[in-house]
Write a protein that binds this ligand. Structure first.
Ligand SMILES: Nc1ncnc2c1ncn2[C@@H]1O[C@H](COP(=O)(O)OP(=O)(O)OP(=O)(O)O)[C@@H](O)[C@H]1O
Ligand SMILES: [Mg+2]
Length: 333
């Protein structure tokens, strides 16, 4: 089995953006990784897996940055390097002006691991109070913050239930609350939506956006493309430890060379006229059509309507002919 024996083999050197005594220090750069590399070694120190290869990365204050990649591409390794839970084999990372290996900086960092290991026999209030004590938060502030966080993550009704009774979604919520107990400036979320149903996923995404609105910087990793697309300002795509793409989500997804025109209440009769105008200007492969909603929006609309009118089949939210493939009812019945 491979073990991490590189921790002692190489100490990272200080870098240009360190907070202390450096005129180059820029508080708007929350994370800076240069040539960050992690090779896991086996028990005998032999190279086993190059999990991260020469990553250069900058995360700015107040943005939601997504690390995207398939299983085993190095996302969790990157997050653990930023936390100082792992030592890099090469390169370095500066987090909040401190070397990532300086774990004291983690007082200003919140971390939601891939799987939260919380005490099963404590309830939500006790759990958050316990972590608040670890951060030496004074009793009065701690009490307020515990209630604020329980409200933020929507666990008011379950706050006195032991965590062993929690569903996956509830466990993810208390994990997020625990990551926020120290009111961190930087929040690292490893697969925040894993195991959540579409409603829980939407809630988690809304919570992440709310945290950004409060001025927090967020780095989240995921292999769920829709989650990343919905919330991230910028993303990096990793594949087998290599950075393959990085940039703003809107510009990476923009299809240049095509134009989209949207309108409400446009009668069908206008379509032909519009086609002709576009053709006159040299536009090719013209499509004048109703846009599609996303499956996520369709599902959420149906669930919300069902909450309001239990028992009934909700009316179609898309105006589409969703049932057209169903054979007509036999009139003889
Ligand atoms: N402790 C370890 N010892 C040896 N190899 C490891 C260790 N941790 C991770 N790896 C390897 O490093 C590579 C990257 O793993 P990592 O957990 O960073 O991927 P990931 O992108 O988070 O994947 P996932 O989407 O499955 O969570 C994988 O090949 C993995 O097997
Ligand atoms: Mg992972």
């Amino acid at each position: 089995m491979a073990t991490d024996t590189s921790a002692t083999s190489q100490s990272p050197q200080p870098t240009g953006r360190l907070e202390q005594s450096n005129p180059d220090y820029d508080p708007n750069i929350v994370i800076e990784a240069q040539n960050l590399t992690k090779v896991y070694r086996d028990f005998w120190g032999r190279q086993k897996v190059r999990a991260l290869n020469a990553l250069d990365l900058e995360v700015r204050k107040g943005e939601i940055f997504g690390l995207l990649g398939p299983n085993g591409s190095g996302k969790s390794t990157t997050i653990k390097l930023l936390l100082g839970l792992l030592f890099p084999t090469g390169g370095r990372a500066i987090v909040l002006g401190k070397n990532a290996t300086d774990v004291a900086k983690n007082e200003r960092v919140g971390y939601l691991p891939e799987e939260s290991y919380l005490y099963k026999f404590l309830n939500a209030e006790e759990t958050l109070d316990f972590y608040g004590r670890l951060f030496d938060i004074p009793a009065k502030i701690r009490k307020e913050r515990v209630q604020e966080l329980i409200q933020l993550v929507g666990l008011e009704k379950a706050k006195r239930r032991q965590l062993r009774e929690y569903s996956k979604g509830m466990t993810r919520r208390i994990g997020l609350a625990q990551a926020l107990i120290n009111d961190p400036e930087l929040i690292l979320l490893d697969e925040p939506t894993s195991g959540l149903d579409p409603l829980g996923t939407r809630d988690m995404k809304d919570m992440i956006l709310k945290l950004r609105d409060q001025g927090k910087t967020i780095v989240m990793c995921s292999h769920l493309l829709a989650d990343v697309e919905d919330v991230c300002d910028r993303i990096a795509i990793l594949f087998q430890g290599d950075l393959k793409e990085m940039g703003r989500v809107d510009s990476l997804l923009k299809v240049s060379g095509e134009t989209q025109i949207k309108a409400e209440n446009l009668p069908e009769s206008a379509h032909e006229e519009i086609r002709q105008i576009i053709a006159k200007h040299g536009g090719k492969n013209i499509v004048v059509d109703n846009p599609r909603t996303t499956l996520e929006d369709l599902f959420l609309n149906i669930v919300r309507e069902s909450e309001q009118r239990p028992g009934m089949r909700p009316t179609s939210t898309t105006g589409g002919d969703a049932d057209s493939a169903t054979p007509p009812a036999d009139p003889s019945n």
